[in-house]
Write a new protein. Structure first.
Length: 307
């Protein structure tokens, strides 16, 4: 495969496959244009990343249509009234999947509708991102809730988003709990079951973390589980996410390299530099991370062989 750094601006030819209407698969070549600045950052200033991505591209090409597809998702639609959180407009063209806030931890009817319209215009799939009823704490403070309370809170929020999806003629793609609700479902069986109870109502997959109750209980309940890896959060040595109320800026090159390792080697990188086992089917960047756009562009370019 041609060295990506020699393609003038980071253009990369990727083989995709689509049906010909008769069950057979035929290759369709498309050109993906990556941001020139990010390309230089990844491939000219980081030899390790250049080598990893080129080797990965060769591996993906050799696998043909059996190569694992990894998507890039973003938690977004989290502005409220006159208060703006994240650059949804700038993020939409970069991502594959939008996790749209549903009003409890952030967002309001106008911002929810704007997020749905923006995703539709960019061909981005839309999932619900329900949180705890805690706007002041942005849903990142744990609460005591029963299984039924969790179920009802999620149905209430996803139902609101579903109305806007119906208005725009778009289907609900998945559900991904936000913040502390996501963490609670990782560790508390009753909460995980409450999340499943709500997902069953809408008949959609759940995003979650491998090696936690997300994977164990969601799969036990027969709900499709999508393994998620975070590009802009730190993990401890045990592989547990380190939840913070406010996210810090991260180095885009380093975060992209971590994502490549998670996909290609099945290893996440902990804050102390150690590694832990992980499975990665979708990668998340938070819209409220200060340099979210730069991280998303870097990750998007780096995971191209699996995209």
């Amino acid at each position: 495969m041609t060295d990506l750094s020699a393609l003038g601006g980071g253009d990369e030819i990727i083989e995709l496959f689509q049906g010909d209407g008769h069950g057979a698969l035929r290759p369709r070549t498309i050109i993906c244009f990556f941001d020139i600045t990010i390309n230089k950052l990844l491939f000219h200033k980081c030899p390790r990343m250049r080598k990893k991505c080129c080797n990965a591209a060769k591996t993906a090409a050799s696998r043909g249509n059996n190569a694992m597809a990894v998507t890039l998702n973003c938690d977004m639609g989290e502005s409220f009234g006159l208060y703006k959180v994240g650059d949804d407009v700038g993020m939409m063209p970069i991502i594959d999947v939008a996790n749209v806030a549903c009003g409890f931890h952030a967002s309001d009817p106008d911002h929810m509708h704007a997020a749905v319209r923006g995703a539709k215009a960019n061909g981005v799939k839309i999932g619900a991102h329900p949180g705890l009823p805690d706007i002041q704490g942005f849903g990142r403070r744990e609460m005591r809730m029963t299984r039924d309370e969790v179920r009802n809170a999620i149905i209430y929020q996803v139902g609101a988003l579903a109305g806007f999806l119906k208005a725009e003629g778009v289907e609900l793609h998945h559900i991904k709990p936000h913040g502390s609700l996501y963490f609670m479902a990782m560790q508390q069986e009753a909460i995980a079951h409450g999340v499943c109870d709500a997902a069953e109502v809408f008949g959609v997959p759940l995003f979650g973390m491998t090696g936690t109750l997300h994977e164990k209980i969601y799969q036990q309940r027969g709900i499709p589980f999508v393994a998620e890896f975070y590009a802009d959060l730190d993990y401890d040595a045990s592989g547990k996410l380190i939840l913070t109320r406010v996210h810090d800026a991260k180095d885009p090159t380093e975060m992209a390299e971590r994502c490549v390792r998670a996909i290609s080697e099945g290893e996440g990188t902990a804050q102390d530099g150690s590694f832990f086992p992980v499975r990665c089917e979708t990668i998340c960047v938070h819209s409220d991370t200060p340099n979210a756009i730069e991280i998303a562009r870097a990750v998007r370019a780096a995971i191209a062989p699996w995209h």
